[in-house]
Structure formats: C-alpha cells, structure tokens
Design a protein around this ligand. Structure first.
Ligand code: 1GP
Length: 234
C-alpha cells in the first residue's frame, strides 16, 4: 500500500504520486498522516485522487478531524501504546457517530509505534516499544486480537532510518491470528522482502514516493517483491 500525506504537498502532487503508484501496481492508496488537516482538505485530496485513480482509498487518520466521506474505507485505529488516552479512545469516540452517519467502512486496527517513532511517536505521545522488544509487541498485539481488532500495524515512524525488526514480526506471526502491517523506513525491495519473509501481510511505504522524482521506478521493485509472496492470511 502507498501512503500519501495530503499535508506534505499540493493536491496536484498527491494525485501524481497516486497515479504513478497505481501504475507500479500498488494495491491501495492510504491517505493521512500525523499533520493535522481538516475534513475539507481531506475531501479535496480524496476527490482529486479518485478522479484519476481506480485503486481503493483508505484513510489513515492522525485525528478525528481527518475524515472524508468520499474515501472507500477508514482505518479505525487506536494507538495502543500511547500515554495519552486521547489517541487510544478519545479521537475514536469523537469520530464514531459521524462515521456511522457517513456509512463509510471502518477497519479496526491496533497501531503500535516502535522506536524511533519519529513524528507519530512524538505527536501520539507513544510509550515507544523497543525495536527488539518482541515480548511487549506480542502482549499488545494479542490484546488487540482478543479485543476483536482486525489488523495490527507495526510502525517504526515515517522517515525512520530503520524498519521494524523482522525477527519481532516473525515472533508475532507465530502466535497471532490477525494480519500484520509493517511500515516506516521501508525504502527497498530487500527490506520489504525481509519483513515479508518474517510473515508481514501488508507493506506500507510513504516517504519513498513523496521524495522521489520517479515514483514508478522506486515503487515497482517493492510492489513486485510484495506480489511475489503468497498471501499469508485468508
Ligand atoms: C508511516 O509507515 C508509514 O506511517 C510509512 O513510513 O514514510 O518511512 O515509508 P515511510
């Protein structure tokens, strides 16, 4: 999946990234990030991308304000290792009624932020999970599964110099039943491959597309690597 942060650039550039990412074979466009923007701006970005791209758009909101009725779905996410309850259940409480009224599909997701965490670690007041702290990761992820969440997102932070640890992913996948998303710091087919071999079900990249002059060239080998692995969950 390709993450585009509509706060990082003009809509025109977001559209261009989405078009190239679709050409490169990405499966979904994720729209969102840590920088606060309101629903009017989200609406504008979603509509602009939808006009040019047929891939589904899933919102990846940094707050309850980052909602758009024009998206195909939204990650209804909880930053389980935040020290601030606002990121665990506060934004979610504020958004739930409006999401039901909009009728948008919600995909419940546990969001776990690992070291170094980058902007989302700071903004989300995360009690960061150590890169190799698989025990802590497993306890959070299993709790999420037992609470009925659909997915677990393991996040190193956008722009991180390292990805989450493949060995933590494999320990987690050995006992977890729900799919695992890996994101943060993935900039090459080989780092994607390491995470996929460890059992990651979904790979998310953001920065590599936003910073590149040729999104297609950068994303193609990563997407091909992802698609060369058989699906690990039903
Ligand atoms: C951020 O995991 C995503 O939520 C993407 O990270 O920008 O480092 O690819 P990058």
């Amino acid at each position: 999946m390709t993450l585009i942060d509509p706060a990082s650039q003009e809509d025109e550039k977001s559209v261009q990234i989405a078009v190239e990412a679709e050409k490169a074979g990405t499966d979904f466009i994720m729209l969102g990030g840590s920088t606060e923007i309101d629903s009017t701006k989200m609406d504008r970005a979603v509509k602009a991308i939808k006009k040019e791209v047929s891939r589904g758009i899933i919102l990846f909101p940094g707050s309850s304000a980052m909602i758009s009725r024009y998206a195909d779905a939204i990650y209804f996410m909880s930053l389980l290792n935040s020290k601030d309850r606002e990121f665990i259940i506060g934004h979610q409480r504020k958004a739930s009624t409006i999401l039901r009224e909009m009728g948008i599909e919600t995909i419940s997701m546990a969001y776990l932020v690992f070291e170094p965490g980058m902007t989302v670690g700071r903004q989300g007041k995360a009690d960061l999970i150590g890169r190799d702290d698989w025990k802590s990761a497993i306890s959070y992820a299993l709790a999420a599964e037992m609470m009925g969440m659909d997915l677990v997102y393991l996040e190193a932070g956008s722009g991180s110099p390292t990805t989450i640890s493949p060995s933590v992913v494999s320990k987690l996948k050995a006992i977890l039943k729900i799919p695992v998303i890996a994101g943060g710091g993935i900039r090459s087919a080989s780092s994607a491959s390491d995470l996929l071999k460890a059992g990651a079900d979904i790979i998310v990249t953001g920065t590599i597309a936003e910073k590149s002059s040729s999104v297609f060239e950068e994303l193609r080998p990563i997407v091909e690597t992802v698609h060369s692995f058989p699906p690990t969950n039903d």
